[in-house]
Ligand binder design. Structure first.
Ligand SMILES: [Fe+2]
Ligand SMILES: [Fe+2]
Length: 129
């Protein structure tokens, strides 16, 4: 079972390529949750985290290319949030042998969804101005 389903009305930022990247990240997190529920081996979960981390880094770089449209304060906040998310992903990957649960992943998704709805939408609005 997925932790969340992609809900276009709730999650779209209005730029198709960014929406697609967000959708892939949600799918990758759901995939990790499904494999935790299936008691998949830790090595396999680590590989899934590596895939999620590298794709998320790619996605953040594609967003950060638009940062020139933001105020310095918004750039700092947005960049800090991206950095925090990547750190969380590395921490979960390190802990995959012990404590990574679907509840933690659910919290991660909550954070990601609220990031999309606040910072990413703010960025897209600034680009469209
Ligand atoms: Fe994003
Ligand atoms: Fe972002």
């Amino acid at each position: 079972m997925s932790l969340i389903e992609w809900d276009h009305a709730k999650l779209s930022v209005g730029i198709e390529s960014i929406d697609r990247e967000h959708q892939v990240i949600v799918e990758f997190i759901n995939d990790i949750a499904k494999n935790i529920n299936k008691n998949a081996p830790a090595d396999y979960l680590e590989m899934l985290f590596d895939r999620l981390i590298s794709y998320t880094q790619y996605h953040f770089a594609s967003e950060e290319a638009y940062f020139k449209h933001l105020s310095m304060q918004d750039v700092l906040l947005h960049r800090l949030q991206h950095k925090h998310f990547i750190e969380q992903l590395y921490a979960y990957k390190m802990d995959v042998h012990h404590n990574v649960t679907t509840v933690l992943l659910d919290n991660l998704l909550d954070w990601f969804v609220s990031h999309i709805q606040s910072e990413d939408r703010k960025l897209i609005q600034a680009i469209n101005k």
